[in-house]
Design a protein around this ligand. Structure first.
Ligand code: AMP
Length: 448
């Protein structure tokens, strides 16, 4: 199938060509004609499948006709980074269309947003909180809205945004086209889809299987040796750019600093950073200033960095879905990529769950020449005890409680890998997560 078959406006077809897209991805093949017919769509697709263009192209095409200077398409996304990325896709694919897109999210000055909205835009890409502020202040007029896109709906649910979404729905015309994209379909999203979509068409691509081009491997290692093993892996691996996931913001920050100290061009991306610093880390990773980006799940959600050659799970994710999301960032659009996951003995159950989800066992590898027998220091220096946060003395207000639990993982929970009691050094169990690990660096490397 070719893009020409969609009969998109010639200006848009030219931008597609300029963007270097030759063949529509499976989600685009399914979604574009359906959206062009004006139907509501439930899109089940993870990031990396080309889902952004799957809705951006038909939306741009629709907006080519009709009034200008008023908000006609609204995309709601869970994170600022994803909002920026979607906005950039609209800019790239709508280059000659003179249609204007603006991002609306918190953590940055509201005035430029107000100014842009006042000047007249056709597309708004927003995060829920700031959008509601604009609605409340009367600085956005959504009365002429024709298309609503909810992107990464499952993530918005996880982040506690569903009440905000429902509030937003109360402020937009009931007669509209609605597109809902989600990587997974938990009951909450099923219900939302049922409530807000009218006679929808479901389009679905590999929402459970990770990209086929990714080669996965597990690296069994004791918790205290993770950083040393990571350094060893990086030393011996031919990498372009590496996205490393940690379980907590604290661990992301610390690991980023350690990598920098070791001479790597590394940055960390976590929720404690100001929006400017987050953007600088992201831009630096994209343009190659940073070769390594260390991030938490929430911070990295939906990030599209096309050149990522390796994803490293410094900490195993909490769910098999998160595993698929994380490694979906490498091997994008049919590039090959490697995904390394460090696993401790505590991770055995999760490894099994992930393998069950993938339908195949993951290869275990050992790094040849790496000393797996180094005992844990008496007081585990490897992020064992992040500085204690003061215990709340009062019950937080209701709204706050929801916010502070957004995507955060309690590092003080007994099952946190850093919380193993520091005491008698444990015997390393490199094969702890099951199977016999294979040595690497003389085998199975991706040729470049
Ligand atoms: P997404 O799933 O929207 O995050 O897109 C993943 C990546 O695939 C982005 O870098 C897009 O620019 C790229 N992409 C989207 N559609 C195509 C296509 N038809 N051909 C090649 N690359 C594409």
């Amino acid at each position: 199938m070719e893009f020409q078959e969609f009969n998109l406006h010639p200006i848009i077809a030219a931008s597609i060509k300029e963007a270097g897209y030759v063949t529509p991805t499976p989600i685009q093949q399914q979604a574009i004609p359906t959206v062009m017919q004006g139907r509501d769509v439930m899109g089940l697709a993870q990031t990396g499948t080309g889902k952004t263009a799957a809705f951006a192209l038909p939306v741009l095409n629709r907006l080519m006709e009709g009034p200008r200077g008023r908000v006609r398409a609204l995309v709601v996304a869970p994170t600022r980074e994803l909002a920026e990325q979607i906005h950039e896709s609209f800019v790239t694919l709508g280059k000659q269309t003179k249609l204007k897109s603006v991002t609306v999210y918190g953590g940055v000055n509201v005035n430029p947003q107000i100014q842009a909205l006042r000047n007249g835009v056709e597309i708004v890409v927003a995060c829920p909180g700031r959008l509601l502020d604009h609605i409340g202040q009367g600085t956005i007029d959504l009365s002429g809205l024709e298309v609503l896109v909810l992107d990464e709906a499952d993530q918005m649910f996880d982040m506690g945004f569903l009440p905000d979404i429902r509030r937003i729905l109360g402020h937009i015309p009931a007669k509209r086209q609605t597109l809902l994209f989600s990587a997974t379909m938990p009951p909450s999203i099923n219900k939302l889809a049922h409530d807000i979509l009218s006679n929808p068409v479901t389009v679905q691509v590999g929402n459970t299987a990770p990209p086929v081009t990714v080669s996965h491997a597990l690296y069994p290692v004791e918790q205290h040796l993770k950083t040393a093993l990571l350094m060893e892996l990086l030393k011996h691996t031919d990498t372009d750019s590496v996205l490393i996931f940690t379980r907590t913001k604290h661990r992301a920050k610390r690991l980023g600093e350690q990598l920098e100290k070791a001479g790597y061009k590394a940055a960390s991306l976590q929720g404690n950073l100001s929006q400017n610093r987050r953007q600088a880390a992201l831009d630096g990773f994209r343009d190659g200033t940073y070769q390594i980006l260390v991030a938490t799940d929430i911070a990295a959600r939906g990030i599209d960095v096309s050149q990522i050659s390796h994803v490293v799970n410094y900490d195993i994710p909490d769910t098999p879905e998160a595993y698929v999301h994380r490694i979906g960032r490498t091997g994008r659009a049919a590039k090959s990529g490697d995904a390394f996951t460090m696993v401790c003995s505590d991770d055995t159950v999760m490894v099994r769950t992930i393998e069950k989800k993938l339908g195949a066992p993951l290869e275990r590898r050992m790094v040849e020449g790496f000393d797996y027998t180094v005992p844990a220091p008496k007081k585990d220096a490897e992020f064992a005890r992040p500085p204690r946060e003061p215990r709340p003395t009062r019950k937080p207000a209701q709204g706050q409680a929801k916010k502070s639990s957004v995507g955060s993982i309690n590092p003080f929970k007994s099952d946190h890998p850093g919380n193993k009691p520091a005491g008698r050094p444990q015997q390393p169990r490199p094969g702890a997560a099951g199977g016999a690990p294979k040595p690497v660096f003389n085998s199975s490397r991706r040729g470049k």
